[in-house]
Ligand binder design. Structure first.
Ligand SMILES: [Zn+2]
Length: 103
């Protein structure tokens, strides 16, 4: 999955925060450092129940977990790269990489 690819554990702050896990909805979530996306730092969180890490705001649409599925679905429906870029707001490289991975 695209999401797990760019996770770096630079700082491990064990502070609890009022965030619920986007996967299992658990509130046992700790701060889990930052990830850099398009030259800005985004707070990452880690769920202690399901052990998945995530961030609240995916500023780059390429990092949204369902974007890859949409790219594949649109391709299967006959959409060209240009259509996908316009509709999903992702770059050409993202589309290429996604389709390569799904092959
Ligand atoms: Zn969880």
């Amino acid at each position: 999955m695209l999401v797990t690819k760019s996770i770096y554990f630079e700082k491990k702050a064990m502070a609890t925060v009022e965030v619920s896990c986007k996967y299992c909805k658990s509130i046992k979530v700790i701060k889990n450092g930052y990830s850099s996306i398009a030259d800005r730092q985004v707070q990452r969180y880690r769920c202690q129940s399901c052990k998945k890490s995530f961030q609240l705001d995916y500023t780059n649409p390429a990092y949204k977990s369902d974007t890859a599925d949409k790219i594949v679905a649109m391709t299967l429906n006959g959409s060209g790269v240009r259509d996908i870029r316009r509709v999903l707001g992702v770059g050409f490289k993202t589309i290429q990489n996604t389709l390569k991975k799904k092959e």
